[in-house]
Write a protein that binds this ligand. Structure first.
Ligand SMILES: Cc1cc2nc3c(=O)[nH]c(=O)nc-3n(C[C@H](O)[C@H](O)[C@H](O)COP(=O)(O)O)c2cc1C
Length: 224
């Protein structure tokens, strides 16, 4: 990864690591780019079900219609997942050692997009519809959205590579639960998924050498 060699040191401060997030995401965005960056509508700041009701409704769904998500729903969902919720730039989900290890990608029919929380925008990553490659269950290819939680090992340089997956997975799990609760609140369907050929998906996405897929999560409307 260019970012890692640029720094040429074994330890990265949190500030350095966070400053490199967007840059490394853009470096990773090497595949053929078609579309322009899409600035999402501002996320709704009110509404939703009371938390207790959302907790009662939270569940995993494995049957999806192919109905697309309206852009406002996508905006609200991505903000709930891992958006900026404070002037400090911190997020709706906690993260390990104040280093934003996970980036959220959205695989949809029109391609793969990197979610840039600071701009609340979707940055094109590739024009390919790779939904079917985001998992091993039949619904992933037709549901409108599969979130892919990509970990950036180059932001965890003082952690041995064999331990990186542990911290990255915990961070992804918190994001996943935000998505579960948002979906429960909004009448959407979702399932967090580990049944993913992560190595192959990482290759398809042309991730950098220290980057890896942790989990994926399907979002859409229930077929039933
Ligand atoms: C780490 C993790 C990995 C999971 N992987 C899958 C998966 O690959 N496919 C799937 O259909 N569900 C997956 N699930 C969802 C669980 O099967 C589900 O949460 C569990 O059966 C309880 O059901 P509920 O979410 O409806 O309460 C996963 C959940 C977790 C926490």
């Amino acid at each position: 990864m260019k970012r890692a060699s640029m720094m040429g040191v074994t330890k990265v401060t949190r500030r350095e690591a966070n400053a490199g997030i967007l840059a490394s995401a853009i470096v990773a965005a090497a595949p053929a780019l078609a579309a322009e960056t899409i600035v999402l509508p501002p996320p709704r700041s009110t509404g939703g079900k009371p938390l207790i009701e959302a907790l009662k409704l939270r569940r995993s769904t494995r049957e999806y219609s192919d109905r697309a998500l309206p852009s406002q729903v996508l905006s609200d969902l991505l903000w709930a997942a891992f958006g900026v919720n404070r002037p400090s730039g911190d997020r709706t989900a906690p993260y390990w050692r104040h280093i934003m290890v996970i980036d959220v990608y959205a695989a949809m029919a029109d391609g793969v997009w990197f979610y840039d929380p600071k701009r609340h925008a979707l940055v094109p990553h590739s024009r390919d519809d790779i939904r079917v490659q985001t998992g091993q269950q039949d619904f992933v290819g037709t549901a409108p959205l599969n979130l892919i939680y990509v970990a950036h090992g180059e932001r965890m340089q003082d952690v041995p590579p064999e331990e990186r997956r542990l911290y990255a997975s915990v961070d992804a799990g918190f994001i996943g639960q935000n998505v579960y609760l948002f979906c429960a609140s909004e009448g959407l369907a979702t399932v967090f998924r580990g049944a993913v050929d992560t190595a192959k998906l990482g290759q398809t996405m042309q991730l950098g050498k220290d980057q890896f897929v942790t989990f994926a999560q399907t979002v859409g409307y229930s077929r039933s």
